[in-house]
Design a binder for this molecule. Sequence first.
Ligand code: GLN
Length: 460
Amino acid sequence: MNNLTIQEILNSLQQKKFSSAELTRYYLKKSREDLDKGDSGVRPFITLLDDMAIARAEEADKRISQGETAPLLGVPLAIKDNINIEGAETTCASQILKGYISPYDAYVIKKLKDAGAVFTAKTNMDEFAMGSSNETSSYWSTRNPHDLSRIPGGSSGGSAAAVSGDFVSGAIGSDTGGSIRLPAGLCGIVGVKPTYGRVSRFGLVAYGSSLDQIGPLTKTVEDAALMLSVLSGYDKMDSTSIDVPIDNYSQGLRNSIKGKKIGVPKEYFIEGLDDDVKKTILKAIDMLKSQGCEIVDISLPRTGYAVPVYYIIATSEASSNLARFDGIRYGKRVKDEDITELFMKTRDAGFGDEVKRRIMIGTYSLSSGYYDAYYLQALKARTIIKNDFLNAFEKVDAIISPVSPTTAFKIGEKINDPIKMYLSDIFTISANLAGIPGISLPIEKNAQGLPVGVQLMGKH
Ligand code: GLN
């Protein structure tokens, strides 16, 4: 049962090589043993859903034995801990949500249940998805399975490490500024941020609502295509959900890419870009050329504004979204006779430093007197950044770029320097600002054995 892809699991279950319950127990045991190692484990999971998982796996086995089929019937998956599963704790890796049990399923969970999937665990993440390394989790820092002294990336670092370390075959993450693609790249797996509106956000704890998208993290592109077909769809519970037909992503993989034009943006090959990363991009470009693609130099002139624009818009939306965590409605409460004191003490004790920093930046950007200079200005710049992409896509079918400027860095290396940390997202956040899809693809490992990926971005 070692290192199976989703496709291999589906085949093996059909051929009765093992049952879904056996496989689920295998993953749960491996996860429990790793968790027990404490600091020397990978520890991708905050919660193991043993009973729920075994029950669903046994149900899947029954359906398989009756000859039923479904796209993910009996396949064990892990879910980022900012996505609600009915009856399970949703913590967002924050102390403020500790003890909050979701009374309902997120849209994507409903879809995955209909497809027959089994959920083994909720994955660790940066607190409220704010971070690039997993180190802002209030639980612990998940480690990179390729080198335990290094970060797995964030914020969906638990999901990426779980798949890369083979604690599960596939996982779900969320991506506001790169949180699926960055950890996928640093852990050597595939991660997809779908077009904004393609996957419903209903039941995802909101961070930056105009940027957030849910997507898959898998070992292969084929598995990602299968998962994305299941996750996609129109949902009236998400006002930004789009009602357009779902493409057959798996079928699309068999199409030739001969003659496709791939854009290489000159602004993405900046100073500070790791030599290994540069080498890998060139290798990926050669691979595309050998498949008959045409490589085109392009320019995305406003790339330099993406990080500041993102950190104004994302924090503004976050400061509003996180206002609901008041000690009354969800999770933790620090009691006080005075209601205002109760709000303040709960929020002070419940949120970590990075979350507080974001709430302060966002509140400042939205406050009267600064709104026009910061928030409104950022919205205008966002439109210009999006237009850069629309212009580029008149000339090319897809854009290739690095996922991140470096390979996985050491735990502790950037956590005390927020600006350095924010710059990890420099190649991923533009796609969120523009609403376009992006995929992170594992290409090779560097001399130290660390994975290096590339990103492809496409039209909406
Ligand atoms: N690192 C970015 C941030 O902290 C992106 C995180 C994400 O995509 N959720 O905002």
